[in-house]
Write a protein that binds this ligand. Structure first.
Ligand code: TPP
Ligand code: MG
Length: 436
């Protein structure tokens, strides 16, 4: 008999909740939720008819949760977000953190998001031309999160993230030159060419990277915030993670300690709907909000649709202030979306989601487009200014690529420099730096 794992359950074996559904023969062996938008459903069914069923020999297991039919082997997600939260945007725009911005400061935020996107598009081109090797995780689609969060940080605050780290770096003030050179593996890169895409660092800007192990940065973020409290520095630490990191044990250990010791750490889940090719729905058991898991640790939490930078700034500022003033942790979940594959190697990112899903997001939710419209409606941005920002960002990215190409690779002799133990052994150091 075939292994249970690879066998579609028969109706007789199904639990009562399943038997009440239409017969399996009427249901495609596909990931369909009854509340899913009709056009997406249709697109999924079309794709299914075209080859998915054949590819899986009709044997993909089916799971049913509360009337929701899931196929676990492969399949696509419930779209991470359906529509902008217009009410929340209007409210956030009236909050002092946004309302008090000068027109110039508002335009600067747009310019930063455009810079991040053009930088990454240029880096993708460089990758395809063979200048960049290894990983390249693009942040395209999520720009409002890094730009909005980092823009409300105070002088004593710190931030740290995972490997999808280019946006945070540029939002934190790092130059395109040092970032692009790092991607090229050159000695002029921010990590002297030894880190690459996943390891952008700028501790002098309070940016602590850049970490490749999923959830590995979550205890480090806790440690940074602990150090602030221990040294009585009135700051907090923003610690970013993907929604794929929320089931890692170390994340839960970190939440527990953060709450137990009242540590001013703001955990920010950038929920872009997918961990590599696995949708949120297929990887995590939760009711409505991933962030509600914070309740297990007696911790505050909130979920925010993050495609508008005003909502991101409002929520981050409010929670960061609370963290600093009360020395309390919080778990914030930002609903966002990535357009590209997990990394450049994930070229067929439409395999686990439909083209329609990606297009829908780009047309209705794109963080750069929606914010540009907001500024135009506020009467503080015209087309010429947008074009100037676009040109400046493209020119800057092209210049950074040139700078990287011309730079030297690090010498082989430098391979033993910048290793971790140095800071504890000053007499044997080659120049490692201490920042606290
Ligand atoms: C401990 C560990 N397990 C597995 C991996 C391989 N891996 C790299 S990224 C990733 C998906 C993480 O997705 P998510 O946290 O949602 O972040 P996103 O890529 O969406 O930004 C996995 C499984 C890893 N790097 N570390
Ligand atoms: Mg993700």
């Amino acid at each position: 008999m075939a292994s249970a794992v690879f066998r579609a359950p028969s109706l007789a074996e199904a639990p009562e909740s399943v038997r009440r559904l239409p017969p399996f023969t009427d249901l495609p062996l596909f990931h369909v939720r009854p509340d899913c938008r009709e056009d997406w459903k249709a697109a999924r069914l079309r794709k299914n008819a075209l080859g998915e069923r054949k590819a899986n020999d009709g044997r993909a297991p089916i799971g049913v949760e509360g009337g929701i039919v899931l196929r676990f082997a492969t399949g696509m997600a419930e779209p991470p977000i359906d529509a902008p939260d217009t009410e929340a945007v209007a409210e956030a725009s009236r909050a002092p953190i946004n309302a008090d911005l000068s027109p110039e400061a508002k335009r600067d935020l747009l310019a930063t998001m455009i810079r991040i996107r053009r930088f990454e598009e240029r880096s993708l081109r460089a990758y395809q031309q063979g200048h960049i090797g290894g990983f390249l995780h693009l942040y395209i689609g999520q720009e409002s999160v890094a730009t909005g969060t980092v823009s409300v940080l105070g002088e004593h605050d710190h931030f740290i993230t995972a490997y999808r780290d280019h946006g945070h770096a540029l939002a934190g003030g790092m130059s395109m030159d040092e970032c692009m050179a790092e991607l090229y593996g050159k000695a002029t890169g921010c990590s002297r060419g030894k880190g690459g895409s996943m390891h952008f660092f700028a501790p002098e800007r309070h940016y602590w990277g850049g970490h490749g192990i999923v959830a590995g940065q979550t205890p480090l973020g806790l440690g940074l915030a602990f150090a602030l409290k221990y040294k009585q520095i009135p700051g907090c630490c923003l610690c970013f993670l993907g929604e794929g990191a929320v089931n890692q044990g170390v994340f839960h250990e970190s939440l527990n300690l953060a709450s137990l010791w009242s540590i001013p750490v703001v955990y920010i889940i950038e929920n872009n709907g997918y961990s590599m090719g696995t949708s949120e729905a297929r990887s995590s058991r939760f009711s409505d909000h991933l962030a509600s898991r914070a309740e297990a640790y007696d911790m505050k939490w909130e979920t925010v649709v993050a495609n508008h930078i005003y909502t991101v700034r409002e929520a981050t500022e409010r929670h960061a202030r609370h963290a600093r003033e009360h020395s309390q942790p919080v778990l914030l979940e930002y609903k966002t979306y990535r357009y590209r594959g997990h990394s450049v190697a994930d070229a067929n990112s439409e395999k686990y989601r439909t083209k329609e899903e990606i297009e829908h997001y780009q047309e209705t939710m794109d963080p750069i487009t929606v914010y540009r419209k907001t500024l135009q409606e506020e009467g503080i941005l015209d087309n010429e200014q947008v074009q100037a920002m676009e040109k400046a960002a493209k020119d800057e990215a092209a210049a950074a690529a040139k700078f990287a190409e011309k730079s030297e690779f690090p010498p082989v002799s430098s391979i033993t420099e910048d290793v971790y133990w140095e800071s504890d052994q000053p007499e044997r150091t080659s120049g490692g730096r201490l920042f606290f």
